[in-house]
Design a protein around this ligand. Structure first.
Ligand code: PHE
Length: 416
């Protein structure tokens, strides 16, 4: 089902750009399972005898090849698809302007994307493939912290810089000095959610239902709990599920008896929609609150009325009236025929920040690009102004959105 839904935006994107920029499908899709010439470094000749498949994104000598690994299928499919679209938009813009200028020469950027299927155990294989077969000079991904934690050691080991657009668990960038992120981290996100619950919603008693198999969920649960208690709140129940569980009734029934005014669910959107549906059936009417893992058009598609009036923290809200955000929303809608979610915005920001770093490094060499990413200051992104700190993280504000009419609507902004 996801594959069918996802096809439409990709096709409309291809059509728009093929018309608009005079580019063929081959230059745009980038998903490549075949062989491609080596292009690790600008100016290096591709090895002779290598063949390229016409449907893939053939890279020529001198092209800059970057990789993306993400969940393009599975229960977290919209994460990878949106991120991939955001990256494609950034790549397309740079190529339309004649290429990425590195040390006085312009280079076409080629994107290679690999599917993790939303599984931690796939991360090592796909990151290895991007680096050893596709010869990417940098890697973008993953979204889910658990999958990033599995992919990052490979990039680190090969000395290839990696930027996760959206993994918020603090451990992700602690893997090594090649690993960066352009989003905030969960200690801040947990604080933002707790502050919104305690001060805006004036909630005194909250319950938590978290995914014990996801490092993201476990971390965010801890951060929400400690911050909410510090703000004078009480946690009346904590229950754990595992991604993909079908029946949440036993857990929800336990929570129902505890008098919680709010249920905090730091999980991913597929489970959250199921939980919301089952909670409403059990007569639980309290607002639900979550983190960025809720951010998917599938949340309302699957959760329907059960998710209305609930809240989650995120990296941006597409209805915020700033020029940076509105320009991006307009461009993205023209390319893909849908409103960009936070993942799309972060994918776009991560790719643009990477290009900016390569330009400043005047090189695509891993250690030089690494140093340039590490010294990024006040980079103007769609999701905010990005400066990379000594832990290779970005420090940025968060927004709280409310689900209204099936859409996330800006509700509050929380400063770090
Ligand atoms: N922050 C989530 C994680 O670390 C991933 C995510 C980011 C999901 C943004 C949706 C939007 O696992």
């Amino acid at each position: 089902m996801h594959a069918l839904i996802s096809r439409r935006p990709v096709l409309s994107f291809v059509r728009t750009l093929a018309l608009g920029a005079g580019l063929g499908l081959a230059a745009l899709t980038g998903c490549d399972s075949g062989t491609s010439p080596s292009n690790a470094n600008a100016g290096k000749a591709a090895p002779s005898g290598t063949t390229t498949s016409a449907a893939a994104a053939p890279a020529a000598a001198g092209d800059i090849v970057i990789g993306h690994y993400g969940s393009l299928t599975g229960s977290k499919a919209t994460f990878g698809l949106s991120t991939d679209n955001g990256i494609k938009l950034a790549v397309e813009e740079v190529n339309k302007a004649g290429g990425l200028e590195i040390g006085g020469q312009k280079h076409k950027v080629v994107l290679k994307s690999e599917d993790t299927e939303g599984k931690q155990e796939k991360a090592g294989t796909v990151v290895t493939k991007l680096i050893t077969a596709d010869k990417v000079v940098a890697v973008l991904g993953e979204v889910a912290s658990g999958i990033t934690l599995a992919g990052a050691p490979i990039a680190q080991q090969f000395g290839v810089p990696m930027i996760t657009p959206s993994s918020t668990n603090p451990q992700c960038t602690a893997v090594g000095d090649m690993i960066f992120r352009v989003c905030f981290i969960d200690p801040f996100q947990g604080y933002a959610c707790a502050k919104f619950a305690a001060q805006d919603l004036k909630v005194k008693k909250a319950a938590i239902l978290f995914d014990q198999a996801a490092p993201y969920s476990v971390g965010l649960k801890d951060e929400f709990e400690s911050n909410f208690k510090k703000m004078g709140g009480e946690i009346v129940a904590i229950e754990a599920y595992t991604e993909g569980e079908a029946n949440f009734n036993p857990l929800l029934t336990k929570i129902r008896e505890r008098g919680a005014e709010l249920l905090f669910i730091p999980g991913y959107y597929t489970d959250v929609a199921n939980i919301a549906l089952q909670a409403r059936k059990l007569g639980m009417k309290m607002p639900l609150l979550g983190g960025d893992g809720w951010d998917s058009s599938d949340l309302a598609k699957n959760g329907g009325a059960a998710i209305e009036g609930s809240f989650y923290s995120n990296h941006y809200a597409s209805d915020q009236p700033t020029p940076e955000i509105q320009n991006f929303v307009t461009k993205y809608q023209a390319a893909f025929g849908e409103t960009p979610d936070g993942l799309a915005a972060l994918g776009y920001d991560a790719a643009r920040l990477l290009f900016d770093s390569m330009q400043r490094a005047r090189s695509s060499d891993g250690s030089k690009v690494r140093d340039a990413i590490a010294t990024t200051k006040d980079f103007k992104g769609v999701t905010g102004t990005i400066s990379i700190n000594e832990k290779r993280d970005a420090v940025k504000p968060a927004v709280i959105v409310e689900m209204k009419g099936g859409k996330p609507v800006f509700r509050a902004r929380v400063e770090p």
